[in-house]
Design a protein around this ligand. Structure first.
Ligand code: AMP
Ligand code: ZN
Ligand code: ZN
Length: 299
């Protein structure tokens, strides 16, 4: 590993094999933020006039994203959903309090129990045949969109990073799921008055880079995994990609980045889904009752 920063020659803080690049703390941070800003600009995610809502989990990714956006003068605030996950949730909530002390932005806390009288683990027990992550994902997606609308955000930014995105991509490729492949994107445009635009500004940064950034900036974050955790299959796929990356640095980034060229050339645009209003809550859905209301046992 080269030990000196490529920019200034000082002792290196990290080495990024995918770019054959060693950087000191200062130049790593500078480069990291440049990648985030460049992704936002190149993919037309949002401008400095837009009110951006960061979906904040308390993990290093969304905390790092919130910090970068605030630091660079975007109109940003955060939404944190308290899913009522027992002792784990208590620890997450304490970290969110520290994040609020550290980053001078509004953090809206939204409790599932206070608004719907139920916790995520209770929902998991009611829907044993579904993976907890799928139940939780549906609940989060719905509430993030609904709250963004209510709070007047033009766009929602999530902390999905390259490892997340590349794993989902490989998972879709392994099933040759053309519908999912067409829909996979780092920008989901507003396709309905009640759906908010969603973007992933960290899509070209790895899990390891996000950790190094949070450490370099001294940000508080939740390091522990959710007790219900990701499905075994997606975890195995991430490991396959890590193994590939080890012998072939840059493979992950190339796999993901070049997908968008391939998609444009061979897959074309996704058909906009036929949306109607949920009979129970009125939010857009493809069926009579939306996935969220079904999980909540309404309708
Ligand atoms: P995950 O599905 O846990 O990998 O999280 C993906 C992204 O969803 C995170 O980077 C956050 O932007 C967002 N997110 C996850 N959990 C929450 C939460 N409890 N409240 C708000 N946003 C969340
Ligand atoms: Zn340097
Ligand atoms: Zn509904």
């Amino acid at each position: 590993m080269p030990k000196r920063c490529k920019v200034c020659g000082r002792e290196a803080y990290v080495y990024l094999p995918q770019h054959n690049l060693a950087l000191c703390k200062e130049h790593f941070t500078e480069r990291h933020e440049r990648v985030v800003l460049e992704t936002i600009r190149r993919y037309g995610m949002f401008s400095r006039q837009d009110r951006v809502m960061v979906a904040l989990s308390g993990g290093k990714d969304s905390v790092g994203l919130l910090w970068t956006l605030k630091k660079h003068g975007f109109k940003v605030f955060a939404l944190f959903i308290d899913l009522g996950m027992g002792a784990h949730q208590e620890r997450v909530n304490r970290v969110i309090e520290r994040v609020a002390e550290r980053i001078d932005v509004q953090i809206v806390r939204y409790s599932l129990r206070e608004h719907y009288g139920v916790t995520a683990p209770e929902l998991f027990r009611r829907h044993r045949r579904r993976h907890p992550c799928s139940v939780c994902g549906t609940v989060k997606r719905y509430l993030i969109n609904k709250l963004a609308l209510e709070l007047g955000a033009e766009v929602v930014a999530t902390g999905h990073h390259l490892d997340d995105e590349a794993s989902v991509l490989l998972s879709n490729v392994l099933r040759w799921d053309d519908e999912y492949l067409r829909r996979q994107s780092l920008v989901l445009p507003k396709t309905h008055p009640k759906l908010v635009k969603k973007v992933k500004p960290l899509a070209f940064l790895t899990d390891r880079e996000m950790r190094a950034y949070a450490e370099a900036e001294g940000l508080p974050y939740v390091a522990e995994e959710c007790p219900f955790s990701k499905g075994a299959r997606l975890k195995a796929i991430a490991e396959v990609l890590d193994e590939l990356e080890r012998v072939s640095p840059g493979a992950k980034l190339q796999f993901y980045k070049n997908f968008y060229k391939f998609k444009e050339k061979y897959l074309g645009e996704a058909e906009p889904p036929q949306l109607r209003e949920c009979r129970v809550c009125g939010m857009p859905t493809t069926s009579e009752v939306c996935a969220f209301c079904r999980i909540m046992g309404k309708g």
